[in-house]
Write a protein that binds this ligand. Structure first.
Ligand SMILES: NC(=O)c1ccc[n+]([C@@H]2O[C@H](COP(=O)([O-])OP(=O)(O)OC[C@H]3O[C@@H](n4cnc5c(N)ncnc54)[C@H](OP(=O)(O)O)[C@@H]3O)[C@@H](O)[C@H]2O)c1
Length: 299
């Protein structure tokens, strides 16, 4: 099939592109920087299109002839928004996805797969949930058959969250937990998620499918870090730092030119996630999802 991936140069997008290439599909990737994208996919038969979700004219033509669109772009610097540069949930996740869905419909695309996020529903007021919800509705209302995936925390080679924590766990005897560390996570290995998406491409899509998906184990953030430290063969002491203190510090950091943290991002990274993966398990009973240890061991 001919598949268009926006966000195909990202952490999850690259894994998706590779999974689809392995299955013999033709892959076209949208990127804001064609040169960087070409370097990423050197020696792989991926077609690169330069464009920006915020400007439909830059990608509308590239959708012609495509059968499936996979949207897994998100704003740079996530989860720290930068409104001055237009790097916000609303501009990229919400309006950008809406732009893509409209253009895909006009181009005759038959199946639209959107990577939303765990916990998304229309009642939540956090900016990430509002944007994801808007995007889901835009995709579902586009007139194209839609598959929405709501993944929990995704980790693997190239991720910027668990791998950073691994670096710290390797080097430092103490590890600062934001808050109590009791928030629940259900980490899913990136290649497993890519395999699920490739399976969504290959199966005849049903109308409006929504899959909440995480790895096979639910655990607290602290447990996840403890298991990771054990996997690395390190004994570490975890020190909880009250969230309010971290948010206080983040308040000042947000005024830096490229802020590493802001108060809203602190809420995002300490989110409590509980999934209902029944629909996924029923539809794809044969896909094995790696435990955290299996995932870490694989890379
Ligand atoms: N990572 C997780 O743990 C996780 C968990 C749940 C859900 N998700 C969802 O999965 C999706 C992918 O996440 P990720 O971690 O792989 O993201 P990522 O690594 O940050 O990659 C996002 C990609 O979006 C592209 N992009 C940014 N702004 C764009 C724009 N205006 N127009 C076109 N492309 C743009 C960038 O490509 P260029 O720089 O080449 O333009 C970038 O490669 C997101 O929707 C995210 O919300 C992720």
């Amino acid at each position: 099939m001919k598949i268009f991936i926006s966000g195909g140069t990202g952490f999850i997008g690259q894994a998706i592109a590779k999974a689809l290439l392995r299955q013999g599909h033709a892959v076209r990737v949208l990127s804001r920087g064609a040169k960087k994208a070409k370097d990423l996919f050197l020696n792989q038969s991926v077609e690169i299109v330069e464009g920006n979700l915020q400007d439909p004219q830059t990608f509308a033509k590239a959708l012609e002839g495509m059968e499936v669109v996979i949207q897994c772009a998100q704003f740079p610097g996530h989860p720290v928004e930068n409104p001055k540069k237009g790097y916000t949930y609303w501009q990229v996740d919400a309006l950008g996805t809406g732009n893509l869905a409209k253009a895909a419909k006009l181009a005759g695309v038959k199946h639209f797969i959107y990577l939303s996020g765990a916990g998304t529903d229309g009642k939540r007021s956090e900016p990430w949930f509002k944007a994801k919800w808007y995007a889901e509705q835009a995709v579902r209302g586009s007139g194209i058959t839609a598959t929405i995936l709501r993944p929990s925390w995704v980790y693997g080679p190239g991720d910027k969250s668990l791998n950073r924590m691994i670096q710290m766990l390797r080097k430092l005897p103490l590890f600062a937990l934001i808050g109590s560390g009791k928030n629940h996570v259900q980490p899913i290995f990136v290649d497993d998620l890519a395999e699920v998406i490739a399976a969504c491409v290959s199966t005849t899509p049903q109308e409006d499918q929504i899959f909440e998906i995480g790895g096979p184990e639910e655990m607290t953030m602290k447990e996840m870090l403890q298991r990771t430290a054990k996997f690395l063969g390190k004994k570490r002491i975890f020190i909880p730092i009250p969230k309010i203190l971290v948010k206080f510090g983040a308040f000042f950091l947000q005024f830096l030119p490229n802020p590493p943290l802001n108060p809203k991002a602190v809420d995002f990274i300490t989110m409590d996630v509980h999934l209902n993966a029944e629909s996924f398990k029923k539809t794809f009973p044969n896909i094995h999802l790696k435990t955290l240890e299996e995932g870490l061991r694989s890379y």
